[in-house]
Design a protein around this ligand. Structure first.
Ligand code: NAD
Length: 501
């Protein structure tokens, strides 16, 4: 697989490639080129050229392309969901959910004539008006992770191109097919040549995007060490950057929470998409031993009813959709197993062990079974680090205050939730927790497209979140005009220092 530049599929001449796997079987499904420096520069050139005319297209007409794109994505949603599931491994309905969340950002971006209006003050001085223009930046770049091959790029490019920018997208090399198909649909929707380009590649391409002076802004989503590198490098080269990193999301379970609601919420939030979500709940913080004992008994029993299998189950003659698919790669599955072993070695209680989980007829697939730990403590690797797999850790605390302090001490601050029936605890928590996205009896509080998405602490580098109002601010720069029109023959010259009268 090559690139998509100037509205065309372009073969890459790179000698370096990466294999894309079907995680449910371990088979290689295709080989993707890791583009050269020159190929990445050519994509930037194409975007730079397109910017001259695209930035002058009226916001209404830019929005009309996105309206058409939305309709095309809906028409082709089954094919797109299958592409996601076949390379990522997540189950089909989850892939469809990801696509829907991405489409909601397209819907938001369709409102760009309203969103990009700017501000206007009449008579800031006598006969003087002041107004702001929210102008596009130029070429923007996006670098995305494997875990949402449609949704995360759709957090970025719809808002960016709606604002009048042009875009170069560097998707994850693990599941590149979905964004290539979306690029074709953008073309079909009428997007002019060069406005949206896809460069497949790795660090070599990314480094070009971070340092080329023609790129004005970089949006990144991925792991924290890379997010930090992206932020430091791109800002050192004068670009504006939003770099979203990893997570360790805690759910604080209060003694008055509805136990069934907690368990139902936790099952989906911990094990959905095999835990490969930046908003997955990976730590349940139980206030009191009774809460923890009940929760563990219930989750242990629920796990026995969970089904694990290929995301595209119908292809393999399986009647019902599994709850959870495989992990993305063999290496990642092994990394998750190693984390489980480290948890045992460091003294946590392994209640359910998913390490030796095998799916019949899919012995080569990258499956790890749902795993549950009790007696997890800060300082253990399974608590401190992001596992990004189907592993739920239960931490026991004696009080609300201890739970809040624990959450606030963690280096990550992406998402969190409190489960309680008490409005006062919920209010206290939402005000004082040091985390960017907070749920009250909602396990995965992902903001809707018309709000902005982003964490705190080492989960986000840069001041502005993705999509919503912050997205429009990120992809535009403000120019403020102060204007006075001469009153013709009536006005004489002014010799004193101008002040507003
Ligand atoms: P990753 O950091 O390995 O890769 C992300 C992107 O960076 C890919 O496109 C990859 O090609 C590129 N990349 C990798 N190494 C690089 C390097 N050395 N230099 C330059 N570019 C490099 O992340 P991943 O494994 O694809 O995705 C999982 C991670 O993403 C998890 O940590 C997860 O929490 C995070 N994530 C965060 C959010 C969020 O909103 N905060 C959302 C989704 C995923």
């Amino acid at each position: 697989m090559g690139n998509f530049v100037d509205n065309q599929l372009v073969a890459s001449h790179s000698t370096r490639t990466a294999k894309v796997f079907n995680p449910a079987t371990g088979e290689v499904s295709l080989s993707v080129s890791l583009s050269t420096i020159e190929e990445t520069q050519a994509a930037i050139t194409s975007a730079q050229t397109a910017f001259v005319t695209w930035s002058k297209v009226t916001p209404l007409n830019r929005a009309r392309v996105l309206f058409k794109f939305k309709a095309l994505v809906e028409e082709n949603r089954h094919e797109l969901a299958e592409l996601i599931a076949s390379e990522h491994g997540k189950v089909y309905s989850d892939a469809m959910g990801e696509l829907t969340r991405g489409l909601e950002v397209v819907e938001f971006a369709c409102g760009i004539p309203h969103l990009q209006k700017g501000e206007h003050s009449l008579n800031v001085g006598r006969g003087v008006d002041s107004y702001s223009l929210m102008q596009p930046l130029g070429v923007c770049a996006g670098i995305s992770p494997f875990n949402f091959p449609a949704m995360v790029p759709m957090w970025m490019f719809p808002v960016s191109i709606a604002c009048g920018n042009t875009f170069v997208m560097k998707p994850s090399e693990k599941d590149p097919s979905t964004i290539m198909r979306l690029a074709e649909l953008l073309k079909e929707a009428g997007l002019p040549d060069g406005v949206f380009n896809v460069i497949n590649g790795d660090k070599e391409s990314v480094d070009v995007l971070l340092t080329d002076e023609r790129v004005q802004a970089v949006s990144f989503v991925g792991s924290t060490p890379i997010a930090q590198y992206i932020y430091a490098t791109a800002s050192a080269h004068g670009k504006r950057v939003q770099a979203l990193g990893g997570a360790k999301n805690h759910m604080l379970v209060m003694p008055d929470a509805d136990p069934n609601q907690v368990v139902n919420s936790l099952m989906g939030a911990a094990y959905g998409s095999a835990g490969e979500r930046c908003m997955a709940i990976s730590v349940a913080v139980c206030v009191g031993d009774e809460v923890a004992d009940n929760l563990i008994a219930k989750i242990q029993s629920e796990i026995t009813t969970m089904t694990v299998g290929p995301g595209l189950y119908k292809q393999y003659g399986i009647e019902n959709e599994p709850h959870m698919g495989p992990l993305v790669s063999k290496e990642h599955a092994q990394k998750v197993r190693d984390y489980i072993t480290s948890g045992v070695d460091e003294g946590a209680t392994l209640v359910v062990d998913g390490r030796d989980f095998v799916v019949k007829n899919h012995e080569q697939g990258y499956f790890v079974g749902p795993t549950l730990f009790d007696q997890v403590k800060a300082g253990m690797r399974i608590y401190d680090e992001e596992i990004f797999g189907p592993v739920l850790c239960v931490v026991r605390v004696d009080s609300y205050e201890e739970g809040l302090a624990l959450i606030n001490q963690h280096e990550y601050g992406n998402g969190t939730a409190i489960f309680t029936r008490d409005g006062d605890s919920a209010r206290q928590f939402t005000e004082n927790v040091q985390v960017g996205m907070v749920g009250v009896n909602v396990p995965i509080p992902v903001p809707m497209a018309f709000h902005s998405f982003g964490g705190w602490k080492r989960s986000l580098f840069g001041p502005l979140h993705m999509h919503g109002p912050d997205g429009v601010r990120f992809y535009t720069r403000m120019k403020t005009v102060t204007a006075r029109w001469p009153t013709g023959l009536r006005a004489g010259p002014e010799f004193s220092m101008p002040t507003m009268k």
